[in-house]
Design a protein around this ligand. Structure first.
Ligand code: GLN
Length: 277
């Protein structure tokens, strides 16, 4: 069977599992062929389809996310390595990076809390050649992925990656202060219903944050005044319905808060500024 036909049949099989069945099938086929999706679509649709494609479709049909199957995910136009140790970078989070670039364009030092794959921090470093960054994470396996992504993007010399857990009392030791602090902390309510591919495959520790999804903001926000340099800005990703609750936490620590939207026009990022500035 040729590539084009195999993709059509693969997409058909995935239609019950995925809202992006056709795209998924194309990405899996491109991976099986060892080429980019565009190269495949432009020049290889009449080639003989590789046997390995069927196995990839089987995995996706069992709800495994495409990004974990192929080992990469695009984020703001760059390709990041991912594994089940890290949350898959989402297009929602692109708006967090854009809000950070807009709100703190001259930031020279950046701290990313819960860096995971490093998608947020490393995108910022790639866009800001003068900036240095520190990414912390409680997971050593995640930090290995972040480190490989720093090398992929050519920013290793400007990125420091540290194993730190903000539920431990001494996690800030030696970190210093930063012009910009960013975070996409866990913010899903413990009992929320998630899609199967998220719930069964992505790291629970990166998703869930207590009954109301706010546990990690309650820990992080009161410590921001000790992490920000004078005039520093914090940009936090939030769940679509959390803007009011998280703003209230930030205001109680003396921050002025601005809300930014994602592509779907949902509240997605809060920009926190110290009142004196
Ligand atoms: N946006 C993610 C989801 O809904 C959650 C990310 C997070 O908790 N930081 O699956």
């Amino acid at each position: 069977m040729v590539v084009g036909q195999a993709i059509r049949e693969g997409a058909q099989r995935l239609s019950a599992t995925s809202e992006t069945a056709r795209l998924d099938a194309e990405l899996l086929m491109a991976h099986a062929l060892g080429m980019s999706r565009s190269e495949m679509l432009l020049r290889h649709m009449q080639d003989e389809a590789p046997d390995t494609f069927a196995t990839l479709i089987d995995r996706r049909a069992a709800y495994e996310p495409v990004a974990y199957i192929i080992g990469t995910q695009e984020f703001l136009g760059r390709s990041f390595a991912v594994s089940p140790a890290v949350l898959i970078p989402r297009s929602d989070s692109e708006s967090v990076v854009l809000a950070a670039l807009q709100s703190a364009p001259d930031a020279r030092s950046v701290l990313d809390l819960g860096t995971g794959s490093g998608a947020l921090l490393l995108s910022l470093l790639a866009e800001s050649p003068e900036a240095k960054g520190t990414g912390i994470d409680a997971s050593e396996a995640a930090l290995e992925i972040a480190s490989s992504n720093a090398a992929r993007l050519g920013v290793s010399e400007r990125a420091t990656l540290l194993e730190r857990d903000w539920t431990k009392h001494d996690w800030r030791e030696g970190l210093g202060r930063f012009d910009l602090v960013i975070a996409n902390p866990p913010y899903v309510e413990t009992h929320a219903e998630l899609d199967r591919d998220v719930r069964d495959f992505e790291p629970q520790c990166a998703l869930f944050a207590g009954e109301d999804g706010l546990d990690d903001y309650r820990i992080i926000i009161p410590q921001l005044p000790n992490l920000l340099a004078p005039g520093g800005v914090a940009v936090l990703e939030i769940g679509a319905l959390q803007a009011r609750a998280v703003s209230a936490l930030a205001e109680s620590q003396g921050f002025r808060v601005e809300t930014h939207h994602d592509l779907a026009k949902r509240d997605r990022a809060l920009v926190l500024r110290q009142r004196a500035w």
